[in-house]
Ligand binder design. Structure first.
Ligand code: TYD
Ligand code: MG
Length: 466
């Protein structure tokens, strides 16, 4: 009974406390918002977490003295993951790696562990999911048993967060991996592993362990089909960064993105390929997202995109067909379907392309998912090309945001995008005219840049101007 008294039920909506579970919340009236929580006055989750690891609080000081100061980084040796993190992991910080089961989270972290080992660091891999033998099997498959990882990494088959913390305090690893947060528990809480209360309390314990030991800590979080990591919002503010590993489990492409990053940008995209020997970084996507045919069929155009700091070429494909029955369909794969429907409406109203009674399908080549606004123009041109059954020259790229009035808006980093297109042999680019008063950016050698103000003009240039 003494154990129970330390726990309270906390409403996640209004923060009202209850001694026992009840529902709906007596204070705010919401259902399913009460979460069992440990009452511990000394703890303040999220407050000043992690920066600088085990460092104590510093007194106030002038802003100037902090200039150029940057959290120290430990690279994980996987270029794509390091870039998404902002240059590696920060000692004492806590990162949540989310993704669907089977997508490759454990594989990625085992490879990250190898990167740490190669750099001379030590790793504690706590797993409540798999046995030590299973992890060793995977390590062997990844070819890590002959390298430094075999000695630099300790395995701990444990789910109790306090015990994992004790092990970390004893061994002081550079990197602490907890696979997964859904299997982690704190003993003083009654709920089962994976419940919102257990997930949250375990994460809070591990965040404290990270801060105290200075270990860069990565928690694995399984994401359900609906895209939530158990107790999603409650975990997000407890950690310094949330990195999502996504991909089609039947394809080999995997993408990394930061949903939150206290130590870097959230714009970077990491590209990886799942192979027989683990995940391989795709550092130069080159033509990976382009269908390499001699002629480009009607309905296709290449877009020079800019994902974070990296330019990349992606082919947009569209198909337009008569609607067999009922309301016409707008189906997009890898891109925003709402945006697709909106562009179809703009094409009808502002460019006279009759798509009203047509089914529309659009996708990006290579199974990648992107939602850059600059995809508007290539998508609209692909639709116009598919509708008119007229191909767009295969050496033409197009980029730009489309407004509701059919006007084109400039995109950032145009020069870098066009340089990348020129590097891959494209010779013609349809782009938005620069804002009034601003200079057109110089076009790369060998590329004819056609700047247009409206969607109609862009369509004319794309379909007629060869
Ligand atoms: P895993 O890392 O176990 O996924 P998660 O931890 O996210 O649940 O990886 C799952 C899949 O990856 C599994 O189906 C096998 C595949 N795989 C490879 O294709 N190549 C490899 O080298 C490894 C280790 C796994
Ligand atoms: Mg796993």
């Amino acid at each position: 009974m003494a154990k129970r008294q330390r726990n309270v039920w906390l409403c996640q909506s209004c923060a009202f406390e209850f001694p026992a579970f009840e529902q709906p919340c007596r204070s705010c009236g919401k259902w399913e918002t009460l979460v069992e929580t440990i009452k511990e006055p000394a703890r303040s989750p999220g407050a000043g977490l992690a920066v600088g690891g085990a460092r104590r609080q510093l007194p106030p000081r002038p802003l100037r003295t902090a200039a150029g100061e940057r959290a120290p980084r430990v690279p994980l040796g996987i270029a794509e993951l390091d870039r998404v993190l902002g240059g590696g992991v920060v000692p004492g910080s806590i990162v949540l790696l989310g993704g669907e089961p089977g997508i490759g989270k454990s594989t990625l972290l085992l490879q990250a562990a190898a990167g740490i080992a190669v750099g001379g660091g030590r790793i504690l891999y706590a797993s409540g999911e798999e046995s030590a033998a299973q992890i060793a099997d995977r390590a062997a498959r990844l070819g890590l048993m002959d390298g430094p990882t075999a000695d630099a990494m300790e395995l701990f088959s444990e789910h109790d967060a306090e015990l994992i913390g004790e092990a970390a305090r004893a061994s002081r690893p550079t990197l602490l991996i907890v696979d997964s947060i859904q299997t982690a528990t704190v003993e003083s809480l009654d709920g089962v592993a994976g419940s919102v209360g257990q997930v949250r309390e375990s994460a809070a314990v591990l965040a404290r362990v990270a801060r105290e030991t200075g270990a860069a800590t990565i928690l694995v979080g399984h994401v359900t089909k609906e895209g939530s990591i158990a107790g999603p919002k409650t975990l997000e503010h407890l950690v310094d960064a949330v990195i999502m590993l996504d991909g089609d489990r039947h394809g080999s492409l995997r993408t990394l993105r930061a949903a939150k990053n206290r130590f870097g940008s959230t714009d970077e995209l990491g590209l990886l390929e799942m192979s027989e020997r683990g995940l391989i970084a795709i550092e130069d996507p080159g033509r990976a997202f382009i269908d390499d045919r001699e002629v480009r069929a009607p309905g296709a155009v290449v877009a020079p995109l800019l994902e974070g700091s990296r330019p990349m070429l992606v082919e947009v494909q569209a198909l337009v067909a008569g609607t067999a029955f009922g309301a016409p369909r707008r189906t997009g794969r890898g891109l925003d379907t709402a945006r697709l429907a909106l562009l179809a409406a703009v094409l009808v109203r502002r460019a006279g392309i009759q798509l009203g009674d047509r089914d529309i399908y659009a996708n990006l080549v290579g199974g990648i998912e992107l939602d850059e606004p600059a995809l508007d123009l290539p998508l609209a041109l692909a639709l116009a090309s598919a509708h008119g059954d007229m191909p767009i020259n295969r050496l033409t790229v197009a980029i730009g945001e489309v407004g509701l009035l059919g006007e084109l808006r400039p995109v950032s980093g145009l020069a870098r995008r066009l340089r990348e297109a020129a590097r891959h042999g494209f010779t013609r680019a349809i782009v938005p005219a620069p804002r009034r008063g601003s200079q057109a950016e110089p076009s790369p050698e060998g590329m004819k840049v056609i700047a247009v103000a409206t969607l109609s003009e862009a369509i004319r240039e794309a379909l007629d101007g060869r």
